[in-house]
Design a protein around this ligand. Structure first.
Ligand SMILES: [Zn+2]
Length: 635
């Protein structure tokens, strides 16, 4: 349906629904951190997932850039898995729900009573729907619209796109933002198939993490089908002035015309990465693997939406030096998308495994030298972050009750999780671990699992065959204790030993910046050189480095990021214009949150941070703005 007229929200709440709404709202309060945590219970959904499961979703949405709303309908096919309750509760956040209808074959849609409960901090608001009976399987339709401030959508102004002529819309549903654009059970343990019809203004292309049905619509109508069941956090939508360029038979790039050639060159190895992934981890189960290049405001490096990874343009460096990101998102096709964390406490099963697989893809495609450098950079990043995190945030199986699950996105699930697997590999041997992982992906394919399920499977399928390789106490230390166990394997890189020697000679004054043996240094060597400079440096050394290598104007966004951190902590003001331009043009959290954090440490820095934030904030994604409001202060 096109252009659903928005009516004021109808609040028809049956008595049973009211009681349920009250209990929904009370749940997080009752779940104080002191109560024992239940493995597998999703503390970040308000939906009654123990009674009902959504099995299929049919979306029909109109993308309205003028009002910054998606409007239309969501049909949910729901299965009852327990009890005879007459109330279905779904997750929503800031949705305007106009009507809920019962859809029975051969009968006219029948309106259902529903109510939207009070907002619960971090979780949104429950939508309680009164059902007419206790059918085992049924379909309902929710007519609704999103709001302009939906936390999972960004409506990008033309000025912030590459072409600067058309607007751009994209979603970021992980962790619990799908509920801000679709009413559903927003839990990683609920998997469903979906189909969708999207209506966009003429001249724009709509995309989803799904299979397009038919060719690109010339009438602005696009259809999609997703035959594999996915969890809600993998729901993805985008619309913009987008072209497609194939890379291989199963891979390609979507991007604005201004950057598509550069993007296709940068990611030319994607098909090879996909073939490598299959040879290492088992069959690729998703059909195609394409990437979509987003505007620079995208808050993350990439998002592993099935069939269509969403990718930041900040990794288009011109020399393929930052393509480990593609290996990472692709690796999620096994760890995360195929075998999924059951709750956000189990997030490291997605991310730690994926960084481990990413490193294996990088070693296979680009050789062990580069992979070893990236491994050591990751290890150092983890060490630095652990030094700043409270103990409770240093554990893999993190307790995120009462918090926004986005708070759990630190190096801990990623790098500590990866080095857990490296450690396991060193104990049981590479070949047995690799074979175990292939079996693990096949065994739990299209399921969502907890850390306890993983440990049980590990015990019976790997450790039982390799007795006396690891102890229960060691496993407990890795998964439930803070810090990095002393038994962790520190990656070694001969190339970076050379960089250490060069840096030491420069700092001692025995080698001038212009005499550094940098011919042939890759981006990773430069990143390592910069990341390990002392916290405080003499002004003359900064000037000589900048004069020799023009770091302030570096076009590689990771190198610029490292240099700007150095500039901030040394009060190196020649970098201020570049710093401001960087913060105003990039919205990727990893690249800008540390810069703002460093600026806030001094009075003059804080002043500059607030000034640039006031200008940059309107262009940031709501997720980035939420992070920065807590650091710089909301304007
Ligand atoms: Zn990831």
């Amino acid at each position: 349906m096109r252009g659903l007229a928005m009516r004021p929200m109808i609040r028809v709440v049956a008595a049973a629904s009211l009681a349920l709404l009250a209990s929904c709202a009370a749940r997080p309060v009752a779940d104080s951190a002191a109560a024992p945590l239940q493995s597998g219970r999703d503390y970040h959904t308000l939906a009654n997932v123990d009674e009902f499961r959504v099995r299929h979703l049919a979306l029909d949405l109109t993308v309205d850039f003028d009002s910054k709303r998606l409007a239309g309908g969501a049909e949910l096919t729901v299965e009852r898995i327990a009890g005879t309750g007459r109330t279905l509760v779904l997750d929503t956040r800031g949705l305007d729900v106009a009507a809920v209808e019962w859809l029975a074959p051969g009968a006219a849609p029948q309106p259902l009573a529903f109510g939207v409960g009070a907002e619960v901090e971090h979780l949104g608001a429950p939508l309680a729907i009164t059902l007419p009976g206790d059918l085992a399987r049924f379909t309902i339709r929710i007519r609704y619209a999103t709001r302009p401030d939906a936390s999972g959508l960004q409506w990008v102004e033309p000025a912030q796109t590459a072409g600067k002529v058309a607007p751009f819309l994209y979603s970021q549903s992980q962790a619990i933002h799908a509920r801000s654009w679709v009413p559903l059970q927003d839990s990683p343990q609920v998997r469903f198939t979906f189909e969708a019809t999207l209506r966009v203004p003429a001249g724009l292309r709509a995309l989803m993490g799904a299979e397009p049905v038919g060719g690109p619509g010339t009438d602005g109508v696009f259809r999609f089908d997703m035959p594999q069941p996915i969890p809600s956090y993998l729901m993805a939508i985008a619309a913009g002035r987008l072209e497609f360029q194939p890379i291989g038979s199963r891979t390609g790039v979507y991007a604005e015309p201004e950057i598509i050639a550069a993007a296709a060159r940068e990611f030319a190895d994607t098909e090879k990465m996909l073939e490598t992934g299959e040879s290492l981890f088992g069959p690729y189960r998703w059909g195609r693997y394409d990437v979509l290049i987003l505007p620079p405001s995208f808050p993350f490096g990439g998002m592993e939406n099935p069939r269509l990874s969403f990718i930041t343009p900040t990794v288009i460096a011109g020399d393929r030096s930052l393509v480990a990101l593609i290996a990472h998102e692709l690796a999620h096709s096994w760890s995360g998308n195929l075998v999924t964390n059951a709750t956000w406490r189990d997030f490291w099963l997605n991310e730690g495994f994926t960084v481990y697989l990413e490193s294996r893809i990088m070693a296979a495609v680009y050789g062990p030298r580069r992979a070893a450098m990236e491994d050591l950079l990751g290890f150092q990043s983890l060490e630095r972050e652990l030094a700043t995190l409270p103990p409770a945030e240093q554990v893999l199986a993190i307790d995120l009750r009462g918090r926004d699950p986005d708070d759990g996105v630190t190096d801990v699930p990623y790098e500590k999780g990866r080095f857990f697997l490296r450690w396991l590999e060193s104990r049981v041997g590479a070949a047995p671990l690799h074979a175990f992982l292939q079996d693990y992906f096949a065994h739990f394919a299209f399921q969502s699992i907890t850390v306890e399920q993983f440990l049980g499977y590990l015990d019976s399928k790997l450790l039982a065959q390799h007795p006396d390789t690891v102890t229960a106490a060691e496993l407990d230390e890795w998964i439930h204790q803070p810090g990095l166990p002393a038994s962790a394997i520190r990656p070694a890189s001969d190339a970076l030993v050379q960089v250490d020697a060069a840096r030491a000679a420069f700092l001692a004054g025995t080698r001038a910046a212009t005499d550094l043996p940098h011919a042939g240094w890759s981006t990773q060597e430069w990143l390592y050189f910069l990341a390990n400079l002392p916290q405080q440096m003499p002004r003359a050394q900064l000037e000589s480095l900048d004069a020799a290598f023009d770091f302030t104007q570096a076009t590689n966004n990771e190198i610029a990021f490292n240099w700007l951190q150095i500039a901030i902590r040394n009060d190196y003001e020649p970098a201020w214009p570049r710093l401001e331009q960087y913060l105003e043009s990039i919205g990727r959290r990893k690249l800008i949150v540390p810069l703002y954090t460093a600026m806030m440490k001094t009075q003059s820095g804080a002043q500059r941070a607030r000034a640039v934030y006031a200008r940059a904030r309107p262009g940031y994604h709501p997720i980035t703005a939420a992070s920065l409001d807590a650091i710089v202060g909301a304007p």
